[in-house]
Design a protein around this ligand. Structure first.
Ligand SMILES: CC(C)(COP(=O)(O)OP(=O)(O)OC[C@H]1O[C@@H](n2cnc3c(N)ncnc32)[C@H](O)[C@@H]1OP(=O)(O)O)[C@@H](O)C(=O)NCCC(=O)NCCS
Length: 428
């Protein structure tokens, strides 16, 4: 018998089974042969929220939470954030290798060529209320893109998929910037194809009267944040893109499902929560009191701790440095001073140190976005722009995976057994 097996004895029947173990997993379908009788459906696994279930094989992103490792296609996140551009990282995630100069030039050119959106988009943006949440606008407009590009449904054609991925990469910043302008009642600023990806986006959001003074430090900081968010393996929004995409719907619809997932406060909303927490602390002097209230169970220190990273979040170190560079440009405001005091005290406090609660990526990203002038409800939109390359790479990988089918989990039925319909008059 191979040693790479798991022996299972079913105490209900006394029968034993050997199940192959591959890559530290057993195949759930192998358990179906474990039956108590011929008409038994077979054993299933029960795993709410997929806490211990691998739903795919993936060669894109590697995370080791205990060791604080995050790699895209084998490259450490620290090196990519230091040296790569966001579009280079997007290419790496999609194609599996870093581009050479000619490949990168083509990739950038292809994306630059597709930045404009149909002017009808402006008409339906006008239909949103003045205070519409920008994520709601983004998910609606990205979903609507499928009606502008009906050819996107031909997902079996690799050339077609490529052009739709390019369209999404090119148009998401335009749609995001339009949503930003809508919220502020500003006229839309159209893409400028003489600018790079980040510079063009910043110009579309902040330009007034056709003018915006670029700040290279802030633009690079935004680019680093986008790189740090570009993929995080099978998180909620990526699983949503894969799951919806597994029905073979077009990629605009699948990505809008990812945006919908990211909209939720448990996923993309944590950096918003950091700013909301800071609103509850009137001044720097009140920070020790606030820390004490957290320690005595009066709420959590938002932006601290991580489900996966238990030593440190490798992205948080980088982002901390980026934050310092940004604050050197923008200066500190009272909110930032409160945040930095909170960080200082928490990092020295035994409660947080002993529980290995370090600032996570959301702690700093919210502060940086705020310092850059983005309103709180826009932070998740910036996250979506960053995460798009990951969604697209995972969508492409899922479609090419012969083992994948339409996603269709099982359930454990807990409702009533069969019972007869009761006419209304006889119901008590
Ligand atoms: C991210 C998070 C959900 C991870 O939670 P988790 O891995 O399930 O950790 P647990 O809830 O088991 O917490 C372990 C201990 O640390 C404490 N703890 C965890 N995060 C804390 C925080 N942010 N502030 C204060 N205490 C915290 C818990 O109360 C618990 O203490 P105990 O052992 O005395 O009961 C959690 O740290 C959190 O809520 N952080 C704040 C929200 C946030 O920043 N989210 C963004 C994550 S990217």
């Amino acid at each position: 018998m191979s040693s790479d097996t798991l022996s299972i004895t079913d105490n209900r029947t006394g029968k034993s089974y050997d199940v192959p173990v591959t890559d530290g997993t057993i195949r759930a379908i192998d358990l179906r042969k474990i039956k108590t009788s011929d008409d038994d459906f077979g054993l299933m696994t029960y795993d709410p929220a997929y806490l211990n279930t691998a739903s795919c094989r993936s060669a894109i992103t590697f995370i080791d939470g205990d060791k604080g490792i995050l790699r895209y296609r084998g490259y450490p996140i620290e090196q990519l954030a230091e040296d790569a551009s966001f579009l280079e990282v997007a290419y790496l995630l999609a194609e599996g290798e870093l581009p050479n100069a000619a490949q990168l030039a083509k990739w950038i050119d292809d994306i630059r060529y597709h930045t404009y959106v149909h002017t009808n988009v402006i008409k339906f943006l006008e239909g949103f209320r003045y205070d519409a949440h920008p994520m709601g606008m983004l998910l609606g407009t990205v979903g609507a893109m499928s009606t502008f590009y009906p050819d996107a449904k031909h997902i079996d054609d690799p050339a077609n998929r490529y052009i739709q991925r390019i369209r999404l990469m090119a148009k998401l910043p335009t749609l995001a910037a339009f949503a930003f302008r809508h919220s502020r009642g500003l006229p839309y600023e159209f893409p400028r194809n003489d600018l790079g990806y980040i510079a063009n986006f910043v110009n579309m959001t902040f330009s007034i009267g056709g003018k915006h003074e670029p700040n290279p430090v802030l633009q690079r900081a935004l680019e680093i944040l986008l790189i740090l968010h570009a993929d995080h393996e099978q998180n909620c929004s990526t699983s949503a893109v894969r799951s919806v995409g597994s029905s073979h719907v077009d990629p605009f619809s699948a990505v809008s499902a990812g945006i919908a997932a990211l909209y939720g406060p448990l996923h993309g909303g944590a950096n918003e929560a950091v700013l909301q927490m800071l609103d509850q602390i009137p001044s720097r002097r009140d920070v020790p009191k606030f820390i004490e209230s957290v320690k005595s169970g009066g709420g959590r220190l938002m932006g601290f701790g991580h489900r996966v990273y238990k030593s440190y979040d490798p992205r948080a170190k980088l982002i901390k440095r980026t934050a310092d560079e940004v604050f050197a440009q923008t200066g500190l405001n009272p909110k930032l001073e409160i945040a930095l005091e909170l960080e200082r005290i928490a990092l020295e406090d035994d409660y947080f140190v002993s529980r290995r609660l370090y600032p996570n990526v959301d702690f700093y990203s919210g502060l940086i976005y705020q310092a850059m002038g983005y309103p709180t409800d826009y932070f998740t939109v910036l996250f979506a722009i960053g995460r798009l390359p990951g969604w697209l790479a995972q969508w492409e990988e899922m479609l090419g995976d012969k083992e994948q089918k339409i996603a269709r989990p099982r359930q454990v039925f807990t409702g009533p057994d069969e019972r007869p319909y009761l006419p209304l008059a006889t119901r008590g």
